[in-house]
Every structure is written in structure tokens, then in C-alpha cells.
Design a protein around this ligand. Structure first.
Ligand SMILES: [Mg+2]
Length: 444
């Protein structure tokens, strides 16, 4: 790696992309090239579009990538919540990688130093198809046997879909949901597919929790409670267990569910209703003793503040590649920390997004754990060179001391092998974005 560059003269010359699939999801990777041979690695949020980063190219070429804050202040207006935050955030990661490589220091050092040498990784786990709590318990136990010390499982109304008498809903709606948009029930595995972004599937996918009219019956709650009991029977009570992907039901049903499973020591329940509904979060948090979490779809600290200030969350769960990047995620964690709110990081991306999360996590005053979705994707570790293999060892990632993110180079052969079939091309020219232009000033 060339780290003998002249940082003050460093300039961005090009930005290119490669769209991986199955990583575990669709992951658009970013390379930012410079006039001194060093290349910065970034990544757009999982299941997002490289367009959100490509449209920034003309605003970045010719600039010095080491001026991270200055450049982010310029492009921040083109980011938004969820996947739309992925362009700005992914570019920010690549800028830090370049600054670190230019000055020969790790990213965590550039943003204030580290609080820890290792970051705890928590392992997301799902079991496909119809299954019992005992099946999930065994899948989680297998994670513990791999060394993971913190667990999360999917648990929600998807389990009840084929169980008569467990869900009430406007007649026909559940059938429509099953037929057109099963991912609206449980989108645990894989990326959103193109066909889900149109027609009836789109209509159903975008009905938010308060508006589905779905309610869980006592029989349904009995089944969910029994499921959690079986899980705890197998994994015991020593290990933390979080819950995600509950499904699109109203906050009242979330409260009924939470009260049923409080006794099984749940670490947190995540994204129970859309994060925008601050008052519903306050109501949920005030109605149960299970810690309430959200945040993977929130862009910028300012948008976390209402949830933290109101007492609506016990834990924030930002994704570096949506939140606005490494430094913004650190600021979110600091604000949460000062308000007695814990932080864990969402992460469902390639080793590039993962190391961005690791540097952010190393530099924040408190972090419970960083998420990991790729325990079942063995080639995930081989995508990069210069890190320990496997990257996660005994449930932890060691914070690297090498320059930038700590990734020496990418495994180009493997990347070429796993390119998304609908988005071909590997690091192809992006000239068509060179003349993208508008009057970006936000006032007249
Ligand atoms: Mg989640």
C-alpha cells in the first residue's frame, strides 16, 4: 500500500462501483481513486443503490479527500433516511479510509482514539420456513458454540401466518400479504427484490404498522410466548437475546406481546413500529420493561434526538451506512451515552461496511455490540486482504492498527464472482456522472 503520499496535495480523481450479491445482501461497494495512487474503500447501505453515491461524484472530484467534514457538509443534503442515506454515508467511509492511508493512521485514531481494542459482535439468526422455538433455540445454541456472546433472533407474526385463529385482520388482507409481499411479514433473509418495488407488492409493503388492521389473538400470543420459552430452555438465561422483525402490527399489540415475554429476559426489541412515531415509542417504552430499540433507518444525529430526548428508546441502533458515516455514528453514540441510552450498531454489509462499524464502535464511549449477518457466508471473509481470517473470532473483532479501515486490498477475483446478476459490471467507468450539476445552495 502506498502511504507515502503528500496529504495536502491529495485529490479525488474518480469514483467507481461493484454491486455484490449474497453478502448476505446486495452490497454496492465504492472505490474513490486519487492522484497519488491510494484508493479509498466505501460501501452504500445494504439493499440500496449506487446511484445515491454516483450522483455525488461531480461534487467530489478535484477535492482533497482528507477534508472529510468539509466535503460531508457539502453533500449531506443529498442523503436521507434508510437506504437513501447510503450514498453520503458510504462516501464518508471511503474518505476516512483515504485520510487514514494518506497519513498512515487507523480511522479510529483520526476521530479521537479508541475506548477498546476489541468490539463485541452479536449474531443475527433466523430459521427459514415453519419451525418451532426449539428449532430456533438450537440455531442460536450453534452460534454460542461458535463463540458468540450476544444473540438476536427474528420473532414475529410471520410464525402465525399459517396457524388458524392466531391473527385477525380485514378478511383477505393476510392472503394478499402472503401472495404478494411475504417480505412485509418477515424480510429477514436476502435483499428486497426488484419485483417487490412495484404493483400490489409495493402497495402492501408500504402499509405501515398502525394501518394494517392486523391484531394478534390470545392464541397467537400463547404461541409466541411458548416459542420464546422453548428458545430460553435451550440457550439458558446467561446470554443476552434480542428480538427483531416483529411484523407490521399496531403499538397496542406490541405492548400485549412485550408483557407476555418480559419474563424471558429480552435484551431489546427492535423496530416494533416505524421510528418516526416518537409518541408511540414513548408509549411502548412506558408500557413494558423490555428495552426498546430503533435506529437502523435514521439519517443524522438530529433525527435521533426526539427519540432519545423523549425517553422513547433505551437503546439506539444506527447503521454507519445510513446514519451519515463513521463520525456521525460516533456523535449519535455520544449523545445517547450522555442521556443514559445504550448503543448497538446495525450492520448487514460486506467487510468494508463491517470495518467502518468497527472503527466507529472502537471510538465511542459505550457500545453493546455490532451486528453480524454473515456467519453463514464463508466467502465473506475472503473479500478483503490484510485482516485476520476469519474476521470475527470467538465473537469479537480486533480493532486493526493499520492505516485507514485496515483493509489492504480487495479480492477482485472473488468480487467478480459474486456480482449481482441484475447489476453487472465491476469498477466500470462512471463518466456519465461527471457533468451532474444543480444549484445546490439551500437559500436564494
Ligand atoms: Mg433490524
Amino acid at each position: 500500500m502506498n502511504t507515502n503520499s503528500n496529504p495536502s496535495q491529495l485529490k479525488i480523481t474518480d469514483i467507481r462501483f461493484a454491486d455484490l450479491d449474497g453478502t448476505p445482501k446486495h452490497c454496492p461497494l465504492i472505490k474513490i481513486y486519487t492522484n497519488q495512487g491510494i484508493v479509498g474503500y466505501g460501501e452504500v447501505r445494504d439493499a440500496s443503490s449506487k446511484t445515491y453515491a454516483a450522483m455525488l461524484k461531480s461534487r467530489l472530484v478535484g477535492e482533497n479527500p482528507c477534508n472529510v467534514e468539509k466535503l460531508i457538509r457539502r453533500i449531506r443534503q443529498f442523503g436521507h433516511h434508510s437506504r437513501q442515506g447510503g450514498g453520503v454515508s458510504g462516501v464518508e467511509v471511503a474518505l476516512w479510509d483515504l485520510a487514514g492511508k494518506a497519513y498512515g493512521v487507523p480511522v479510529y485514531q483520526l476521530i479521537g482514539g479508541k475506548y477498546r481494542d476489541q468490539v463485541r459482535i452479536y449474531c443475527d439468526t433466523d430459521v427459514e420456513g415453519r419451525h418451532s422455538g426449539a428449532d430456533m433455540g438450537r440455531a442460536l445454541k450453534a452460534r454460542m458454540d461458535m463463540g458468540f456472546t450476544f444473540l438476536k433472533m427474528d420473532l414475529g407474526i410471520g410464525l402465525l401466518m399459517d396457524e388458524p385463529g392466531t391473527l385477525t385482520a380485514p378478511l383477505g388482507f393476510l392472503d394478499d400479504m402472503k401472495k404478494h409481499a411475504s417480505s412485509a411479514i418477515n424480510e429477514a433473509r436476502g435483499s428486497m427484490e426488484r419485483k417487490q418495488a412495484a404493483g400490489k407488492a409495493y402497495e402492501i409493503n408500504t402499509v405501515a404498522h398502525p394501518f394494517t388492521g392486523i391484531h394478534i389473538t390470545e392464541k397467537g400470543l400463547d404461541m409466541l410466548e411458548e416459542y420464546v420459552r422453548q428458545v430460553r430452555d435451550i440457550i439458558g438465561y446467561d446470554v443476552p437475546l434480542a428480538i427483531d422483525h416483529f411484523g407490521h402490527v399496531c403499538v397496542e399489540d406490541c405492548i400485549r406481546f412485550a408483557r407476555r415475554v418480559e419474563k424471558y429476559s429480552i435484551a431489546w426489541m427492535e423496530d416494533m413500529v416505524p421510528w418516526q412515531y416518537t409518541q408511540q415509542y414513548v408509549r411502548l417504552a412506558n408500557s413494558t420493561c423490555i428495552p426498546v430499540a430503533t435506529g437502523e433507518d435514521i439519517f443524522l444525529l438530529d433525527n435521533f434526538k426526539p427519540l432519545i430526548d423523549s425517553g422513547g428508546v433505551s437503546l439506539v441502533h444506527p447503521d454507519v451506512l445510513t446514519a451519515g458515516g463513521i463520525l456521525e455514528t460516533k456523535k449519535i453514540a455520544e449523545y445517547a451515552y450522555d442521556h443514559g441510552v445504550a448503543t448497538a450498531l446495525h450492520m448487514a454489509e460486506s467487510p468494508i461496511g463491517c470495518m467502518a462499524a468497527v472503527h466507529a464502535a472502537a471510538a465511542m464511549p459505550q457500545v453493546l455490540a455490532v451486528e453480524f449477518h454473515s456467519a453463514d457466508v464463508p466467502w465473506w471473509n475472503h473479500l478483503v486482504n490484510g485482516l485476520p481470517n476469519p474476521i470475527v473470532q470467538n465473537g469479537f473483532i480486533t480493532v486493526p492498527d493499520t492505516p485507514g479501515l485496515g483493509i489492504e486490498s480487495l479480492n477482485e477475483e472473488l468480487i467478480a464472482k459474486h456480482i449481482h446478476k441484475d447489476i453487472p459490471g465491476v469498477w466500470e467507468p462512471t463518466d456519465r456522472w461527471d457533468n451532474e450539476w444543480s444549484n445546490d445552495r439551500l437559500w436564494s
